[in-house]
Design a protein around this ligand. Structure first.
Ligand code: ZN
Length: 153
């Protein structure tokens, strides 16, 4: 019984971390004791804390919510998600850029919407920590984050 329970947890944690993909390190998942190693591809200064994950009433989709801390000077490189990302900046000031658009500055308490599949990046140009609450509405069974190597840095 206990063994099955832990196997279920492991499966969930692994699916969320998508080990084959360079998903940024999951620091923790609320209520989960599973430790995860930090993939070598995690950008320096980026800390991802997974908060919750649930199936949705939209068939084949789930929501994932995470806090992403971006240290002073750190860059979250160009990437895409298999669905929408709804961003609320909870700390500091972050600069975002969406594919084909000029960079925008988003301060604490402000929001940004990233449409499904649109490449985007974020950076912290300030000397203070920046953090966003990211809510994803994504297709199940796909990596949460895919690098957008086709976009010039
Ligand atoms: Zn993103």
């Amino acid at each position: 019984m206990a063994k099955q329970f832990f196997q279920a947890l492991m499966t969930t944690a692994l699916a969320l971390g998508a080990p084959a993909a360079p998903v940024w390190a999951a620091k923790s998942l609320a209520g989960f004791a599973t430790a995860q190693s930090t993939p070598a591809s995690v950008p320096a200064g980026i800390t991802r804390t997974d908060l919750q994950r649930h199936d949705l009433s939209i068939v084949g989709h789930e929501t994932v919510q995470a806090r992403i801390d971006i240290a002073p000077g750190a860059v979250a490189p160009w990437h895409r998600h298999p669905g929408e990302e709804v961003i609320y900046v909870v700390e500091g000031t972050l600069e975002y850029q969406l594919e084909g658009q000029a960079p925008v500055t988003v301060k604490t308490g402000e929001v940004l919407f990233v449409p499904a599949g649109v490449a985007h990046m974020a950076r912290n140009r300030t000397t203070a920590n920046g953090a966003e609450l990211a809510t994803y509405i994504v297709e199940k069974g796909k990596p949460l984050l895919v690098p957008a190597n086709d976009i010039a840095p």
